[in-house]
Write a protein of this length. Structure first.
Length: 433
């Protein structure tokens, strides 16, 4: 392979190639042998026709046409690995081909690439993200612990069959406004924790002191902000029938109870509370980070300028978005058209396509902006970064690092891209706190 000419015009880069004689002749010879095995000549079995006779039966056009794709592919591979090929300047997936001189001795081909656009970003160290460093309150820790305890709460029969604060009561009720039943005002076998304040104000307090099997009518007034408009401020009567009363027994947060969770290095109450605190902090930090990433991404889209928008990349992203919609439609068991109109709310397919292209261009603008920032700040993924990521995944899935690597077939390109983006957004958050 020999580069005859490199031509940069506007947004395109052209490489005019003269294929090496060996590549071109080798591919033609492979095609000739393949065709010779299929030729039928009277007096000879198929595949046993003498070469000199077989060659006379083969069209030169067939040979060249058959060899062309393989030779072009081989020359393309050689080009992108050539020291004179500007891999950082061109978009490899954008290649198109022009054939020049093609005959039995010569193959001249021009590979045409889209050129990467020039990228200009305003000062990305002045993005107002209003990042808030999360804090964990004692009440949040207690609330989370109570959620754990609630899952193991037991209801036990109450010795004294009288309702007290904190009891779980099973009862029937029927409500009346102006002596007439109203919608939603009746239920049988309803269970209510007394003191939960989940009923109308004053309802639960009037149940305290009632006995199992007792029937009673109570009076209440619906609050003025009640969710059902026609009941707001109305007086009502409720007929109650107490079916059963139970005591709520929560487990004690001791070492025996904590051991059931089998959390590594968590044995006592202090360690359990520290574990809960760390869990809550991780959740809050993740939430704050996602908010920051959303703000940074929107800012980069609005403040990044491209010298031009490469059609090849735009088409690729549009295709990806389209395929994503198609997958979601299949998953929802509806047609793509139904998904577009009913789920996404577009009036027609043209409106959807218009918005899809706008979204694709925004995504493209964001991707090239991030890549420029990576280059500017010289952000890289180290072996240490990879190992830390694998260890995190192993912990999440309860397996070993080697098992995670095997799942990825030791192909870490996607992982490296993910970590690179994570590190970039972490750096942008750090710069803009």
């Amino acid at each position: 392979m020999k580069i005859l000419q490199k031509d940069i015009k506007s947004n395109k880069v052209k490489y005019k190639i003269l294929s090496s004689e060996k590549i071109w002749t080798d591919q033609q010879e492979i095609v000739r042998k393949s065709l010779a095995k299929k030729i039928k000549v009277p007096g000879f079995r198929v595949g046993h026709v003498p070469v000199d006779i077989a060659r006379k039966q083969i069209s030169e056009y067939e040979v060249i046409n058959g060899a062309l794709k393989k030779a072009v592919d081989k020359n393309y591979d050689d080009l992108v690995n050539d020291k004179d090929f500007d891999s950082d300047q061109v978009i490899e997936d954008s290649v198109s081909i022009e054939l020049g001189k093609v005959d039995a001795q010569n193959l001249e081909v021009t590979f045409i690439f889209d050129k990467f656009p020039e990228v200009t970003i305003e000062d990305y160290k002045k993005i107002k993200i209003n990042y808030v460093q999360p804090e964990i309150k004692k009440s949040e820790i207690e609330h989370q612990i109570n959620r754990y305890l609630a899952k193991d709460t037991m209801l036990i029969p109450k010795n004294a069959d009288v309702i007290s604060e904190g009891d779980m009561v099973n009862f029937d009720f029927k409500g009346f406004v102006d002596d007439k039943p109203f919608d939603g005002g009746e239920s049988k076998g309803y269970e209510l924790k007394i003191g939960s304040n989940s009923f109308i104000p004053g309802f639960e307090k009037q149940m305290i002191g009632l006995k199992k099997g007792e029937k009673k009518t109570i009076d209440i007034i619906f609050p003025n902000d009640y969710h059902t408009e026609n009941l707001r401020g109305k007086k009502a009567k409720f007929e109650l029938n107490i079916n059963d009363i139970k005591t709520i027994k929560q487990p004690v947060l001791d070492e025996a109870y904590i051991s059931k969770f089998a959390i590594h290095n968590v044995k006592n109450e202090a360690q359990f509370k520290k574990y809960i605190t760390n869990q809550l902090m991780e959740q809050k930090e993740y939430f704050e980070k996602q908010k920051a990433i959303k703000k940074i991404s929107a800012w980069l889209i609005d403040h990044t300028k491209l010298s031009y928008v490469p059609k090849s990349l735009l088409d690729l992203e549009t295709k990806r978005l389209n395929e994503d919609v198609e997958k979601k439609a299949v998953s929802s068991k509806i047609t793509k058209g139904e998904y577009i109109s009913k789920r996404l709310g577009y009036k027609d397919h043209a409106a959807f396509e218009h918005e899809l292209k706008k979204t694709a261009e925004k995504n493209l603008r964001l991707v090239v902006a991030i890549q420029k920032i990576i280059d500017d700040l010289k952000i890289e993924v180290s072996e240490k970064d990879l190992q830390a990521h694998f260890e995190k995944l192993a912990k999440v899935y309860g397996t070993s690092v080697d098992a995670i690597k095997q799942r990825l077939n030791n192909n870490f390109e996607g992982v490296e891209t993910f970590i690179l983006q994570e590190k970039t957004f972490d750096k942008l958050i750090e710069l803009n706190k």
